[in-house]
Design a protein around this ligand. Structure first.
Ligand code: CP3
Length: 365
């Protein structure tokens, strides 16, 4: 039975969506990239029975995995359990995980791009939409407080990195070489990927995602001019499409401290920053116009729980305003991270009301 109070509590916009709008809050919302996964015993137990792709492709199992960290740590937001490579299937590329991604028919030359197929996302990735609708119901029946449901996709540059044969080159330099040799072909591939990702994200929004995060993990390897030439136009197109659908979008790029100016040009509602990026500098640079997410160092979670608590508090104190901030890591939760530390992190952020409230404005910087 619902009381009047619980209805009111549920009707309230969740903290995460308010932070994305830049509202002043009593404490920042908290969730973690890769919050579901191998550091949790519950996940490892399921992996005994199912492969990673089976977990992703079964809506029932994907919901179960997405709920594991929510039930254990009670984050403010739940990210659907999936992978950035799933939308390779509509393009006719075969994927597998071991545990890293393996793509069977990679692109070696411009003519390989013409061989890419196109099967609609709705047919080939419908399980992601089904999992989102069912996660939405599960979240609202399991928690009194309204949780935010995050959908996600890989950004075109990062997807191209997994598509183009790297040969002997490390760190996706093969993708940069391909772009250097065939810039027009690369731009048209990125545009094509952007169209697939738009369709994929709109499907997730239609199914109930409250916001979406675009992972451009490897775009941080590009110098800013190349980022502007290749990664930015495809990203901007996706940002506009998501915003037209009425939802905020978060952009994550790893190792991207040299790119924040260009990341701001994408028009994303929120930038998710890696741990090497100076948060204070980005706050100044963005003039408070976008929300920021991040950027606690993931390896800090291997310290003693009491140290974790102190460091999370220090990170919260260092954010100079009480609006537009979402607490997260600078990259995903690492394998073997002690669950106790994740618990401490979430509890510390949730308990930060007392000092979070007397935050100053930008002028104090
Ligand atoms: O955040 C979440 O809890 C949702 C799940 C999620 C996964 N992958 C599950 C996963 C998300 C958001 C991703 C995104 C993703 N996938 C990115 C961007 C984010 C980032 O970390 O930079 C990238 C680059 C990929 C590609 C990918 N998938 C890699 C590099 C790997 C291997 C990484 C590893 O930890 O070994 C995967 C496999 C993968 N994706 C696993 C999980 C839980 C491990 C698979 C397993 O359990 O066997």
């Amino acid at each position: 039975m619902h009381t009047q109070e619980s209805f009111e509590a549920k009707a309230k916009t969740p903290l995460m969506l308010r932070a994305l709008r830049g509202e002043a809050l009593e404490r920042p919302p908290v969730w973690l990239m890769r919050q579901a996964g191998r550091y949790m015993a519950e996940y490892r137990a399921l992996k005994e029975k199912y492969s990673f792709l089976e977990l992703c492709r079964s809506p029932e199992l994907a919901v179960e995995v997405s709920m594991q960290p929510m039930n254990a740590f009670d984050m403010d937001a739940s990210i659907i359990f999936a992978d950035i490579l799933l939308p390779f299937t509509p393009l006719g590329l075969e994927i597998d995980f071991n545990p890293g991604p393996q793509v069977a028919n990679k692109i070696n030359s411009p003519s390989d791009i013409e061989k890419l197929k196109y099967i609609g996302v709705a047919e080939s990735c419908s399980f992601v939409g089904e999992a989102i609708s069912s996660l939405k119901n599960e979240l609202s029946s399991s928690f009194e407080q309204t949780k935010t449901l995050i959908g996600f996709a890989g950004a075109p540059w990062t997807l191209a990195c997994y598509m183009i044969d790297q040969g002997p080159l490390k760190n996706f330099a093969g993708t940069q070489v391909f772009a250097a040799r065939h810039p027009e072909v690369m731009l048209s591939l990125l545009d094509r990927l952007a169209a697939v990702i738009e369709e994929y994200l709109l499907m997730q929004i239609e199914a109930g995602a409250d916001t979406v995060q675009l992972f451009d993990t490897w775009a941080g390897l590009l110098p800013i001019d190349d980022y502007r030439k290749f990664a930015l136009p495809a990203t901007k197109r996706i940002v506009e499409t998501v915003q037209k659908a009425g939802k905020p979008i978060i952009l994550y790029v790893n190792s991207a401290s040299h790119l924040t100016e260009a990341m701001l040009e994408t028009g994303a509602n929120c930038l998710s920053l890696d741990s090497c990026t100076n948060l204070g500098r980005v706050i100044k640079q963005s003039e408070g116009k976008v929300a920021l997410q991040g950027n606690f160092e993931a390896t800090n979670l291997f310290k003693e729980p009491s140290t974790v608590k102190l460091e999370v508090e220090a990170a919260l104190r260092s954010f100079p305003r009480n609006n537009g901030y979402i607490f997260n890591l600078g990259h995903g939760v690492l394998q073997r991270t002690p669950t106790e530390s994740v618990k401490t992190l979430v509890e510390t952020v949730k308990g930060s009301k007392s000092f979070w409230n007397d935050k100053n404005s930008l002028e104090s910087l």
